[in-house]
Ligand binder design. Sequence first.
Ligand code: CTP
Ligand code: CA
Length: 226
Amino acid sequence: TAYFACVQDLKGKRILISAGGTREPIDPVRYIGNRSSGKMGYALAEEAAKRGAVVTLISGQTALTASSRIDVIKVETAKQMQDHIEEKFADSEIIIMAAAVADYCVEEVASQKIKKSAKTLTITLKKNPDILLNLGQKKTKDQFLVGFAAETQKLLAFAKEKLERKNLDMIIANDVSKKNAGFNTDTNIVKIITRDKSVEDVPMMKKTALASIILDRIKSLYNSET
Ligand code: CTP
Ligand code: CA
């Protein structure tokens, strides 16, 4: 089958991937979410597994199903995502944060459904932990850490700043305001930035094809740097 015909160039590599958007509850029936479909993270997980990697996928709620060779853990909130990622982190060689993690959660989640009353409703949000930032601080020299940057302006400057601040080995910069790129599309247009600040422009392509290119770049750097 196609699976066995594929080059097993990531054989046995332990790869941890996050995908999809988190949901932050407001009350028992409502949440704050985002437009992430999970397609990029799932494409990375499938491609890595095809190439022989041992893949754990920490997934927000998505409409996608991963193939059975991938170990999937479904989560709802950023905090739950962080707990599962931190549990698997030490045992992972390559870590890719493709998830759209909510930056804030609701400070006081209502235990009962909020009834409509006044003309305006104010909900106070508090900052979520930055999962990737924490991983960057704990990372050992044998681990390769990859982040994504979702931007609507100053793509390169903001992405480079995140690479540096979060101590990443690579960042995939996404201009999410472009057509055919970013959230909830089958294609993406990205720039791949590495520690030496070199920038590779990747033209529009299917997220499945992009997943393969990203893994190629990770593989060659992982072999030379770690
Ligand atoms: N990320 C994370 N935990 C968070 C927020 C983001 O791990 N609480 C990760 C994302 O998975 C992504 C990277 O950090 O790999 C960058 O996410 P992004 O939203 O682009 O950047 P932020 O650092 O959250 O900054 P901002 O949203 O203000 O641009
Ligand atoms: Ca963010």
